[in-house]
Design a protein around this ligand. Structure first.
Ligand SMILES: Nc1nc2c(ncn2[C@@H]2O[C@H](COP(=O)(O)OP(=O)(O)O)[C@@H](O)[C@H]2O)c(=O)[nH]1
Ligand SMILES: [Mg+2]
Length: 337
């Protein structure tokens, strides 16, 4: 049986092997993923992002437990959950990953749950790209839900969050990062906001600040669609707008998780009913293709260059004799400097 067939048949060891191949950019992995791609598109992808220590991993743990026990409605059949934890701030296979494993121990041994931790890849964009691949593999493997936990710090994390259908931004009181989150442009990608650690003092204040900020920042639906570059002509305007709710949770005690699950289901319904789901899926495919195109073109171009041409051009730029744009134009034109 091929690797792709084993993954489709539900073989978890084969899935783990595939994910390792994908993380290491191995051709066998990429070939298997190409075979699996037609089987993707079924999972609902939920991105969970926010500053370190806000309680994202604890929240993911609770979400998964809830979904395994009561499904999407609280009393429905359990849904299977694939979890990808991405933490570029811990490039070593120590701390955060071990922490995630331990916190997610409640889920260990449940065949309906699969947890994968990913650390940073060296190459720029490498982490986002390998995360896309891992999420696709979990989708093809048949998980109903794929949860992607990222530390919302920079562009890479925002890119990763964009692979989600529903993005949950997690904040917590006392971290002073209400403003930081807004700076990072992270609020703009939030479909749902969670103020976790609602048991701590200051939680009400954080809830208020976020609600007020959203009221100010919320673009009108028309603007949103204009910004997205694609109209949704057949959707009624009122149905086409979604105001991100702000929900308090205490993930250490499992409080507020029911409401979060209900909201996630409601958002999924909204996406489907307004055509936004199809639009997001198209944008995701576009983002991934553009990323791959940049990467492949750069690799091809590098292979064609005379040895040291880039370094020589770099010297000229560092010495301020040539502007970066001029240097790049010369490199592409093949004029050595
Ligand atoms: N008081 C309180 N602590 C929490 C809550 N959720 C998580 N924590 C604690 O916050 C710390 C960071 O949690 P973690 O889930 O690793 O955060 P992450 O870095 O965002 O993934 C841990 O010590 C958790 O036990 C909560 O709702 N209330
Ligand atoms: Mg975490």
């Amino acid at each position: 049986m091929s690797l792709a067939d084993s993954v489709l048949a539900g073989d978890r060891l084969a899935l783990a092997r595939l994910l390792t191949l994908l993380e290491n950019d191995r051709p066998e992995g990429l070939a298997a993923l190409s075979d699996l791609y037609p089987h993707t598109g079924r999972a609902h992808r939920i991105g969970i992002t926010g500053a370190s220590g806000t309680g994202k991993s604890s929240l993911v743990n609770q979400l998964a437990l809830q979904l395994r026990q009561g499904g999407l409605s609280g009393e429905g059949p359990p849904v299977s959950v694939g979890i990808v934890a991405v933490d570029p701030s811990s490039p070593f296979t120590g701390g955060a990953i071990l922490g995630d494993r331990i916190r997610m121990r409640d889920l260990a041994g449940d065949p309906g749950v699969f947890i994968r931790s990913m650390a940073s890849r060296g190459a720029l964009g490498g982490l986002a790209r390998s995360t896309f691949s891992v999420v696709q593999a979990l989708d093809a493997a048949g998980f109903d839900l794929v949860i992607i936990e990222t530390v919302g710090a920079g562009q890479v994390e925002v890119d990763i969050a964009r692979t989600a259908h529903t993005t949950v931004v997690v904040d917590a009181p006392g971290l002073g990062d209400d403003v930081q989150a807004i700076k990072a442009g992270i609020l703009e990608i939030a479909d749902v906001l969670v103020v976790n650690k609602a048991d701590l003092p200051g939680a009400d204040h954080t809830l208020q600040v976020l609600r007020a900020t959203l009221d100010m920042a919320q673009p009108r639906p028309e603007d949103r669609r204009h910004h997205a570059g694609e109209a949704v002509p057949d959707a009624a305007p009122e149905a086409a707008s979604w105001k991100p709710p702000v929900l308090p949770t205490v993930s250490t005690r499992g409080e507020g998780i029911d409401e979060l699950v209900t909201t996630l289901v409601r958002h999924r319904t909204f996406l489907g009913a307004t055509g936004e789901l199809a639009r997001r899926q198209r944008e995701q495919a576009r983002l991934e293709m553009e990323m791959l195109l940049c990467e492949q073109l750069t690799l091809q171009w590098r292979a064609m260059q005379r040895d040291g041409a880039f370094e020589r051009a770099l010297e000229q730029v560092v010495a301020r004799r040539v502007a970066p744009r001029q240097a790049v134009e010369a490199l592409i034109a093949g004029t050595d400097m």
